[in-house]
Write a protein of this length. Structure first.
Lengths: 132, 137
């Protein structure tokens, strides 16, 4: 993308005052959709793979996660899922929480929670795949 | 501008959102599916904790996995998994519908209803297929 001011209708003063759109919302919009596209095959793979597994069998599941292709798919699934989820929940909070203070706190909390869960999930997969 | 000031009577009590739903506001398939996209999305975000619990329990050894497995195999665990799998597949199917709209397709009213029914049916069929695979195979 070329210089923002080149094809903008806004004066430099309006931009400096910070009124109106920051012109950066498109990134979030696209990121939500790109992660959605990635999640279509990953979700179908995950649901129908897990459906075939004996969920009560610890050894069978360890063996399954330890397979390189499965471990890679699981890491991709977790990363895409939590990225997409954090963007989605962010929009919901922005829509429904009116108070700026509570909104900021909720947004931070949700962002950190997503980071923690994604890290824990990916670490668990890597531990099984690499550690044993 | 000489009109008298309006009387400060009690404000008219109009139905407030969302309490008008179902009473004064008639649901349509379109609005219900849209609402469900958001509800399942938030539900899936909460449900993703279970996904991480599953993997962390598995990485933690046979003992920690047994604790997870006990809950996942119980009736409430199976019920949660059923709800979670449908929510995931519904959100995915309706997400494809949203992606088509983003590309500019399917905006006519008949098309929106057709895709809506298709999404509802497909999400149920995929859920049934997944549980069929889990229990029959």
């Amino acid at each position: 993308m070329s210089s923002k001011s080149a094809n903008s209708q806004r004066s430099p003063l309006a931009r400096a005052r910070g009124y109106g759109s920051a012109n950066e919302g498109v990134h979030t919009f696209l990121a939500e959709r790109v992660s959605a596209v990635a999640l279509i095959p990953l979700t179908l793979w995950f649901v129908f793979s897990v459906a075939q597994l004996p969920l009560g069998s610890y050894n069978a599941l360890q063996h399954w996660v330890a397979s390189p292709s499965v471990a890679v798919m699981l890491v991709l699934f977790i990363a895409s899922l939590f990225y997409h989820s954090s963007l989605g929940v962010k929009v919901v909070i922005e829509d429904y929480v009116a108070s700026e203070g509570i909104k900021l706190a909720a947004l931070l909390l949700v962002k950190f929670a997503h980071a923690v869960l994604a890290a824990a999930g990916i670490f668990a997969v890597l531990k099984i795949a690499l550690g044993n | 501008m000489n009109s008298p000031a309006p009387q400060q009577a009690r404000p008219v009590e109009r139905p407030l959102s969302p309490f008008m739903l179902g009473q004064y506001y008639r649901f349509q398939l379109t609005s219900v599916l849209s609402l469900m996209h958001r509800v399942t999305g938030v539900g899936l975000s909460v449900g993703s904790v279970l996904l991480v619990w599953w993997l962390v329990a598995l990485a933690g050894g046979a003992w920690s996995y047994a604790a997870f497995s006990q809950h996942a195999g119980a009736w409430y665990g199976q019920l949660l998994l059923l709800g979670w799998s449908w929510a995931l597949l519904y959100h995915m199917c309706n997400g494809v519908r949203h992606l088509a709209w983003d590309l500019g397709y399917g905006y006519s009213i008949p098309a929106v209803y057709r895709s809506g029914y298709l999404v509802a049916a497909t999400s149920l069929l995929l859920t049934a297929a997944a549980w069929g695979v889990a229990y029959v195979l």
